[in-house]
Each structure stands twice: as structure tokens, then as C-alpha cells.
Write a protein that binds this ligand. Structure first.
Ligand SMILES: [Cu+2]
Length: 228
């Protein structure tokens, strides 16, 4: 019985890990350049943390072998300063390089995302340049960078589409900008990533990426004046 449970566990744990990585809300299942960069950074940090853990475990194992003559200089300069500096420098450089790639730059399509308890309203220029609004679904062209200008009408929320980019807070009285991009057409799940009250769990939205061939005519947009 015990061996059966162990065998089931050994099979289900890797399956759980694999399914979690490929879920619609997994940052480890990237579908755009910003999410790609974040995913790479996540793996760098995981591998770095794994190497450090292994190193410390080795030191602990060695310590069980009895007292050893290791010079103070070797411990202090080699391991205390040198080793830490190498690891921290690597993490710092990789973090800055990835962070720089996530910053908004010029020539992006601009859309507005307004959060409220508990809805999302998106507005942008539609077919013929008419300003339009959509509720819950944000429509973007695939393969194009899009700057999302995020605001809030009540409390602090957070705009997060794990497969397309990092997250950014929606703060009352302030506008924050996040660049997202989808490699290919599809539907990408989004969530509010900041606890914002009792309806927090339902504070969801979707990003629908359309083919560039029929953008923006293919979008079921409602002119802003009709949406009010
Ligand atoms: Cu929220």
C-alpha cells in the first residue's frame, strides 16, 4: 500500500509541475517577448538558488567529516566576499538586462485599461479612428507592442497577463504604463493581482490578440458613446 502511494506520488508530482507550467495563467508558458524575458529570469534565479543550496549542503556535509584546517583568508575573501560578489553581480546584471527590455518605448499602440471593483474597461482607437470601449476583453494585434495605460477608479488593483508580461498596479489618481505583446493570435487570461475587496477572485479579464491582416476591422468594438 505504501509503495503504491509512493509510486502514485512520484508520477503525480512531475505531472502537476508540468501542468502548472503550461496553464493559461503560468508565467512559465510565455507567449510574448516580455513574458519570455521574465521566464528566462525566473529560470536564472531558480538555477542560481539551486546552485547556492547545493553548495551550502556540500559545506554542511563536509563539516560532518571533522575539523579541517582552512585559512581565515580563504573563507573571508574567497567564499565570504568573492563568491557572494560573483553571484550577486550575475543576478544584478541579468535583472537589469531583463528589466530594461520590459520598459515602454516609442512606436507602440496605446490602449487604456481602467479598473474598478470589480470590472475592467478598455478603451482605444478602433476602426476608422473611432474611440471605442470594451468591457472585460482587451483586443490587441498580434506581433505588435502595445502600451497599456493603467488607471483605477476606486482602490488599488493590478493588471497582470502572466503569458504576455509582468504586472503593474492600477492606482487611483495615477497612470502606470505596461508594455505587452503577443507573438501570435489567441486568447490570454488576465487577473487583478492585488487584493481589492470581496470580489477580488472574480476580477478577471482577457486579452484577445488578433491577426494583423484584419486589424482592427475584426474587433467587435462598441463606440464609446454607445457603451455609456
Ligand atoms: Cu482588483
Amino acid at each position: 500500500m505504501v509503495s503504491l502511494v509512493k509510486r502514485a506520488g512520484s508520477v503525480s508530482v512531475p505531472l502537476l509541475v508540468v501542468s502548472a507550467c503550461s496553464s493559461p495563467l503560468s508565467a512559465l508558458n510565455p507567449a510574448g517577448p516580455a513574458a519570455d524575458a521574465i521566464s528566462i529570469l525566473w529560470w536564472i534565479f531558480l538555477i542560481g538558488a539551486g546552485v547556492l543550496t547545493l553548495f551550502v549542503m556540500c559545506l554542511i556535509a563536509i563539516s560532518f567529516g571533522g575539523p579541517r584546517q582552512v585559512s581565515e583568508r580563504r573563507w573571508t575573501v574567497g567564499l565570504g566576499v568573492g563568491f557572494s560578489l560573483v553571484i550577486l553581480s550575475g543576478l544584478l546584471v541579468s535583472g537589469i538586462a531583463v528589466g530594461e527590455r520590459l520598459l515602454p518605448k516609442e512606436d507602440a499602440i496605446v490602449v487604456h485599461a481602467h479598473a474598478r471593483q470589480w470590472s475592467w474597461t478598455f478603451s482605444q482607437p478602433g476602426p476608422g479612428g473611432v474611440w471605442v470601449e470594451t468591457e472585460r476583453d482587451l483586443h490587441i494585434p498580434a506581433g505588435q507592442p502595445v502600451d497599456v495605460r493603467v488607471t483605477s477608479g476606486d482602490v488599488i488593483h493590478s493588471f497582470w497577463v502572466p503569458r504576455l508580461a509582468g504586472k503593474i498596479d492600477a492606482i487611483p489618481g495615477r497612470e502606470n504604463v505596461l508594455r505587452i505583446e503577443a507573438d501570435r493570435p489567441g486568447i490570454y487570461e488576465g487577473r487583478c493581482a492585488e487584493f481589492c475587496g470581496l470580489g477580488y477572485s472574480g476580477h478577471r479579464f482577457r486579452v484577445i490578440a488578433h491577426s494583423l491582416d484584419d486589424w482592427p476591422e475584426s474587433i467587435p468594438l462598441i463606440p464609446a458613446e454607445e457603451a455609456e
